[in-house]
Design a binder for this molecule. Structure first.
Ligand SMILES: [Fe+2]
Length: 171
């Protein structure tokens, strides 16, 4: 016990239920959303059998929904990528479950290995690619649920947004 503290609780804290917050059924804070992703990541038997590696397109599966949020499971074969995009009004938590993914943003490149998490706010733009020779699996929590994923030209941000069609026709 830290005897230097001015605040000490005598007795059993569990006997003072009005001081304890009831556990929430659904996450509300950023830390709770990140915690949800970490706990799902640790429960491999809840998602491992749902992984599909599809060479024709990135495979995804909605793993869970809750009030205002969605959790998606994505699988990536070597070479598959998202393209440069943002997430509309959604914020999110990206967690790598297996393998490694490379994230490219306007600020640089980082390799995300299994266990790595990225938390992002609305308007955050990035490209995620499996640059390795092994498949990868990732978990994505979006709040609110992802309703749009505008494709961007590299070099633009939310104010210079260019829909994919415009980006393609401009090249
Ligand atoms: Fe994304």
């Amino acid at each position: 016990m830290n005897s230097d503290s001015d605040l000490q609780i005598a007795g059993d804290i569990l006997e003072v239920p009005h001081l304890l917050q009831a556990p929430r059924e659904h996450p509300v804070t950023v830390a709770e959303f990140a915690g949800l992703a970490r706990s799902l990541a640790a429960e491999r038997d809840r998602w491992e059998h749902l992984v599909r590696y599809d060479a024709t397109s990135r495979w995804y599966h909605r793993l869970r929904t809750g009030p205002g949020y969605e959790v998606w499971l994505l699988s990536w074969v070597p070479g598959q990528g998202s393209g440069f995009h943002d997430h509309g009004p959604s914020s999110g938590v990206l967690t790598v479950l297996d393998g490694a993914l490379t994230e490219r943003t306007e600020r640089g490149v980082r390799v995300l290995h299994a266990g790595a998490q990225r938390v992002f706010a609305p308007g955050y733009a990035h490209e995620v690619v499996n640059d390795t020779l092994e498949p990868a699996v990732s978990l994505h929590v979006y709040y609110p649920g992802l309703t749009e994923m505008p494709m961007l030209r590299a070099g633009t941000d939310a104010t210079g947004r260019a829909p994919l069609a415009a980006a393609c026709s401009a090249q």
